[in-house]
Design a protein around this ligand. Structure first.
Ligand SMILES: *[C@@H]1O[C@H](CO)[C@@H](O)[C@H](O)[C@H]1NC(C)=O
Ligand SMILES: *[C@@H]1O[C@H](CO)[C@@H](O)[C@H](O)[C@H]1NC(C)=O
Ligand SMILES: *[C@@H]1O[C@H](CO)[C@@H](O)[C@H](O)[C@H]1NC(C)=O
Ligand SMILES: *[C@@H]1O[C@H](CO)[C@@H](O)[C@H](O)[C@H]1NC(C)=O
Ligand SMILES: *[C@@H]1O[C@H](CO)[C@@H](O)[C@H](O)[C@H]1NC(C)=O
Ligand SMILES: *[C@@H]1O[C@H](CO)[C@@H](O)[C@H](O)[C@H]1NC(C)=O
Length: 426
């Protein structure tokens, strides 16, 4: 045998070894996934749903890659992937409860927080939120969470989870599934007594097992994620185009004047200049107008696209004004569930009646429950007229597009009996 032939034989041989190893590896992965599925049978309660439940879960475990999506023979799953798409202080905690309270939905409250923390040190960020790199990271993370791989978050959680355990999961208590069995076995009594998770879960369920959380996600029929860190709906395009997800977007908007009033109250440190402006009715020269301007631009841009119904968004986009939801929570909730083609659960309706009811004793104790009939326009008593005028100039397009009336005088602003929310259907 010449040296050349010998070399070729070795190459053939090593190829075989590699092939064998690849097969072995795939087999091991397949077995592992099967055994997780066996542990938690897929949620196919009724037969109608069962027929639609595809036998293709191993593809779900792969990372986000549009190229590998089969274009033909794709069975669309009955599993809903719901995106509550909003901006800070737009009422999204409240709206998120419409999903969090549903026993078949696995709800996550702003998981992108963890990814953002790795780019940012306090308010200084390595990248701007618009950067494509950041959006790619968010998209990857969202895809993995929608397919119930919560372990993917371990790359971002600080301090790094050990043995898949963490005590630092952002707003764990806002996710009912992460406060109930099998993820947390501790809260039987509290859940039975109907105590809100926020009041006890932090104490009793603090150490979160992310593997267990992933399994709990798989065992529920649908997944819903709320984000306030994605600027524009077009940043979700690749996800809406992925036939494995069949994504539905609920775009929650709110009057930018109300958003601003709420931010000034909630984030006092960052809004000191605004506080001074509000108190004196004179604009300090160092006040930063870029944030509210960008909020309005992002809103108008996304609503514009959503209402134009491009192919990649058709049937997947529902615009909801927070004011309409707050004034008529039950009717709006039913409309949202109809759009999702899901049955609303009695637990959701019960939560609404208990938390949007002025006379109910539990209301207004927790951030998501409120006297919703007065809240949406109470900002009008809270914001100096000079600020209002400025926002009306900066955000005139947004206000007009969404049906929020502008005021010409302070008297008009304070006269809360005349609503500034025009009736609209979108
Ligand atoms: C992703 O895949 C879908 C379906 O195959 C296709 O319509 C869409 O154009 C793809 N998007 C990109 C950015 O490749
Ligand atoms: C954040 O920045 C400050 C100073 O700008 C620095 O002292 C601190 O160590 C940084 N923290 C992290 C986690 O990088
Ligand atoms: C986390 O949960 C998984 C699944 O139940 C279990 O196998 C594992 O032992 C748990 N991890 C720890 C550290 O308890
Ligand atoms: C509001 O709460 C009160 C007291 O809990 C209750 O009696 C009443 O039926 C509730 N109303 C609605 C509309 O749910
Ligand atoms: C603005 O000032 C008024 C008093 O002029 C005060 O009642 C209100 O709480 C202030 N609003 C904010 C958001 O600080
Ligand atoms: C908003 O203001 C800009 C600049 O003054 C103007 O060009 C635009 O037409 C206004 N939009 C509406 C809806 O009034």
């Amino acid at each position: 045998m010449t040296r050349m032939e010998g070399h070729q034989t070795t190459m053939k041989c090593s190829r075989k070894v590699v092939l064998f190893l690849v097969c072995l590896c795939l087999a091991v992965q397949y077995t592992a996934i099967r055994s997780i599925q066996d542990l938690f049978p897929r949620p196919c309660q009724d037969s109608r749903q069962c027929q639609k439940c595809p036998e293709k879960d191993h593809s779900w475990k792969s990372s986000y890659n549009n190229n590998s999506v089969p274009t033909k023979h794709t069975t669309v799953s009955a599993r809903k992937h719901i995106h509550l798409f909003s901006q800070t202080r737009s009422g999204s905690s409240f709206a998120g409860q419409l999903f969090n309270q549903h026993p078949d939905i696995f709800y996550m409250y702003e998981p992108l927080y963890h990814a953002q923390q790795t780019f940012c040190n306090y308010s200084k960020c390595l990248w701007k939120p618009m950067d494509r790199v950041v959006q790619a990271v968010y998209r990857d993370l969202l895809f993995n969470l929608y397919t119930c791989d919560l372990n993917f978050l371990e790359n971002y959680i600080q301090p790094e989870p050990q043995d898949h355990l963490t005590a630092s999961f952002f707003r764990q208590t806002s996710s009912h599934a992460l406060c109930s069995p099998p993820v947390c076995q501790e809260g039987d009594k509290e859940i039975m007594e109907g105590q809100p998770d926020e009041s006890w879960c932090h104490k009793k369920c603090r150490i979160l097992n992310l593997t267990l959380a992933s399994m709990a996600c798989q065992s529920r029929s649908h997944v819903s994620i709320k984000t306030v860190r994605i600027p524009q709906v077009s940043d979700l395009r690749l996800l809406t185009e992925d036939p494995r997800l069949d994504l539905r977007i609920i775009h929650l908007v709110r009057d930018p004047r109300a958003i601003l009033a709420s931010r000034i109250t909630a984030f006092t440190d960052q809004f000191i200049a605004w506080k001074i402006w509000n108190a004196t009715d004179r604009q300090p020269h160092y006040v930063d107008l870029t944030q509210i301007t960008r909020t309005c631009q992002d809103m108008v841009y996304s609503v514009d696209i959503g209402l134009k119904k491009p192919d990649w968004l058709r049937g997947r986009y529902l615009l909801v004004r927070y004011e309409d939801l707050a004034l008529n929570p039950e009717a709006k909730a039913k409309e949202i569930y109809k759009f999702l083609d899901l049955d609303i659960d009695n637990k959701v309706l019960t939560w609404i009646s208990q938390n949007t009811n002025v006379t109910s004793s539990t209301s207004s104790k927790y951030s998501t429950s409120r006297d919703s009939k007065t809240t949406p326009e109470s900002w009008r008593l809270n914001l100096g007229f000079d600020i209002v005028k400025t926002v009306q100039t900066l955000c005139n397009d947004t206000l007009a597009l969404l049906g929020y009336k502008i005021v010409q005088s302070e008297v008009e602003l304070r006269n809360i009996r005349n609503s500034l929310v025009e009736p609209r259907t979108f």
